[in-house]
Write a protein that binds this ligand. Structure first.
Ligand code: PLP
Length: 398
């Protein structure tokens, strides 16, 4: 009993051994901070000089090219943020009003909101404990017992609506079992859009996350592994999808030297050149950020060796995690200690946080369809994200 009461204090000590090695830093250690130590200022200055600060310009083209090279995706379209990327990707996947889209309950709210923007309804499904991502095995038996196939479409027997797509998400950068999920999707005639907002740099069998589904999306928000201030991208391998993504995100304007004509209702979703300039510089540093995050993982694993009450979430075999947010999982019998631990950490200036409130519990989604969510409930009660900025692993803390 004594030992469990001290769990918070012991955890703080273990974390401090990693994040405060120089001993005299007393300022709060943030969960994830951006760093601009490369060509950011140079490229931004170049961008200003060129006067091309909005959504056309050489940095946008270069950023898209760099993204395709890095991810191995045939095409990339840079957009204003990850949420708009999800919205557009779902439309391109054929999601229509009154459809349903399978979404993990354990994700950031944007994943579900993007479905709602299409006039469709998120249908919440469970996650599994190792990857924290959608559980393919559980999903398969759920779909087998609750849906019918009609004219090559998957129909939710209870609501009568079409389940058009699924949105697996790579939680905190840890790759989910996207290949197993795609096999289930194919079996039930469901389209896969991957929410890879958190997993730039994460791979499955050497292949980049976000390139497995029909479309994938990335986010470059300020708290993500690299940032463009605000930004996102769509990844896809089909030329037709790429052209549609570009057209729809550019107000559906028909390319012409001076004429302004639009052939459908499009969106103003293109990433400005100014943000892309930042992105090009950040992407150059991604390999070093990833290496440092990996070092940080090793340091945390070492520091937590004598704390069996928590597990440090690690990459699945055959996968590489970008370790965007390092994740502690409390053993079930210590779940009730979570808030106490979070308080201890905050008092010690170590900014840790719990998982998001599960989306099916948010007021606007209380009536959305949902599968049994036992594992999601259990995980959400036990997850603690710990400081994950790459330079925390650097002993000199430059
Ligand atoms: C960050 C994030 C998004 C949205 O990205 P923004 O760029 O903030 O719009 C979507 N899904 C997940 C899982 C995210 O973590």
């Amino acid at each position: 009993m004594k030992n469990t009461e001290l769990l918070g204090k012991r955890l703080v000590k273990a974390l401090e051994a990693v994040v405060r090695v120089d001993g005299n830093r007393t300022d709060a250690v943030q969960l994830h901070e951006p760093r601009f130590g490369g060509n950011e200022s140079k490229y931004l200055e170049e961008c200003l000089q060129s006067t091309f600060v909005s959504s056309v310009g050489p940095f946008v083209n270069r950023f898209e090219r760099d993204l395709t090279e890095y991810t191995g995706s045939a095409y990339a379209v840079a957009l204003v943020n990850g949420t708009s990327a999800l919205h557009l990707a779902l439309l391109l996947a054929g999601v229509q009003a009154h459809d349903e889209v399978l979404v993990p309950a354990l994700t950031f709210v944007a994943t579900a909101n993007a479905v709602t923007y299409c006039g469709a309804t998120p249908h919440f499904v469970d996650s599994e404990g190792q990857t924290l991502g959608m559980d393919a095995r559980v999903l398969r038996s759920y779909l087998a017992s609750t849906t019918d196939q009609l004219d090559g479409r998957c129909i939710n027997r209870r609501t009568g609506r079409v389940i058009r797509a699924m949105l697996p998400m790579h939680t905190f950068g840890h790759p989910c079992d996207v290949e197993a999920l795609i096999a289930v999707a194919n079996e039930f005639a469901i389209c896969v859009v991957e929410d890879a907002a958190e997993s730039l740099g994460s791979t499955v069998g050497g292949r980049h996350t976000g390139t497995f589904g029909k479309l994938g999306t990335l986010s470059f928000n300020g708290n993500k592994t690299i940032t463009t201030g605000g930004g996102g991208a769509i990844l896809c391998n089909e030329l037709e999808l790429y052209k549609r993504a570009k057209h729809l995100s550019t107000t559906a304007k028909i390319p012409h030297a001076w004429s302004f004509e639009h052939d459908e209702i499009g969106f103003n979703y293109r990433m400005p050149n100014l943000n892309a300039a930042l992105g090009c510089a950040q992407l150059e540093q991604l390999p070093s950020f990833l290496a440092a995050k990996r070092e940080l993982f090793v340091a945390y694993a070492d520091a937590l060796r004598d704390t069996p009450e928590v597990t440090l979430v690690s990459e699945r075999q055959g996968c590489q995690s970008n370790y965007w947010l390092h994740t502690l999982l409390l053993a079930p019998e210590y779940a009730h200690k979570r808030d106490e631990i979070l308080n201890e950490c905050h008092q010690a200036g170590i900014m840790c946080r719990p998982a998001w409130q599960l989306i099916h519990r948010l007021p606007m989604y209380l009536t959305a369809p949902q599968a049994p969510l036992t594992q999601s409930e259990s995980l959400a009660a036990r997850i603690i994200n710990i400081p994950s900025s790459p330079w925390l692993a650097d002993k000199s803390k430059s």
